[in-house]
Design a protein around this ligand. Sequence first.
Ligand code: NAP
Length: 487
Amino acid sequence: MSRSVSEIIASLGTGIHIDGQWRDAASGDTFEVDNPATGEVIATLANGGKADADAAIDVAAAKQAEWAAVPARERSEILRRAYELLTERAEELALLMTTEMGKPLAEARGEVAYGAEFFRWFAEEAVRIPGDARLSPDGKTRFVITHEPVGPCILITPWNFPMAMVSRKIGPAIAAGCTMVYKPAELTPLTSLYVLDVLREAGLPDGVLSVVCTTDAGSVVEPWIDSGKARKLSFTGSTPVGKLLLEQCSRGVLRTSMELGGNAPFIVCEDADLDVAVDAAMAAKMRNMGEACTAANRILVHRSVLPDFSAKLTERMSALNVGDGAADGTDVGPLVAGKAVDKVVELVDDAVDRGAEVLCGGSRPSGNGYFYPPTVLSGVSAESQIMTTEIFGPVAALVPFDTDDEAIEIANATEFGLVSYVMSESLDRGLSLSERLEAGMVGLNTGLVSNPAAPFGGIKQSGLGREGGLTGIQEFLETKYLAIPVR
Ligand code: NAP
């Protein structure tokens, strides 16, 4: 029989889990988690601080050697079981995620499938970590090259994809044999606690993954970085916080993986199939209510097709149902918090003040919850804040262009370089534009690039390293080489 969301929440632990035990915060503090569709409090969790952080990293360091010695096949099977359990319980986890984060249930189901897939993918990678043996060029030395777990890892994730952002770190860390300390986002900790329970049920030994929830991220993460016990930090979040953490990690020369912010251009050429382009724009813009690092932030449309494209896009955007993500028929849920709505209002007002035309939406509704309507803005000027700021909301900003060179110039005029999109029916042109775009990923005639089997990540200030794909596990491995003289 299926459980209600309050039963699911009641079954979760305190918010701090160290060495197989749920704990209260050493300070005794707690914090509340709310439902963004209603503003109601849905859970109260332990609010961790430095003392809890110290206890967690001590355990991660103490357990590292034992965990690294567990055979790869065993680690692989834990991941595989976790994938199967999550797939069986997808409906429960999707409901929990929607309740704490707001996305519509259909999208939450999609995220559970996507997030669980990282466990299956890395279950398969765990048993295929390569090595190498060869002779030196002068024939006098044998080289034996192995890959070892990097060591205890600090994991930090944002609230927008509360499951997938952490499973794509935990998956490769388990596959590589690293212990972990993890701080989930303050706004969406419950999904992480559910995933932790599933991993324990799948056989993850005590102490391999400790979790500390908190409202004061720095009080937990900085002690981990400065502990001298962590070897790596894997962060997903905004560029400003990423830069701060890079500075902190430089003190102990920790390895880092940084999945940071984006400002994706979405280019619609005049030879694009406009129906394909509108479908792709809807996916790239509206996934997660626009609260995605991969969201199409600037939609650049060739002037000759702008009237047709904007009419089709506006029709699709206007037809979306906004409401509680848990209700039937909802296409667009609330944003994650009141502050998120304030930021979108400010960006739209600024664009309108600078001459943009509102084709649909464009104003904050009254009532409970943190809602903002699907909005299309046309004729957005280059000076608008929306051109340089991640919108993180359901707002499509349309900008005309006349030549491919101009499109590339506008697209690359950003410090970010996560993902770009190109819509063209000409393969040569699509490939040429893709090659000229400064981005770690390009979607050619598609608005969706995320795939556990592909390397996800950005260039410029969008980050360092890649998650998923064949290289994802390398982020959690160190290379060691053994020199043996030939005698
Ligand atoms: P954020 O404010 O940078 O927070 C991300 C995480 O860092 C949260 O767990 C946060 O804790 C923590 N944090 C904040 N200040 C910290 C500090 N001083 N020391 C240590 N940790 C700290 O980002 P967000 O608003 O949650 O997420 C949105 C951002 O993430 C966007 O920029 C988006 O593009 C980016 N993102 C990137 C990717 C990618 O793969 N490239 C994927 C998803 C999202 P609290 O929750 O307690 O604040």
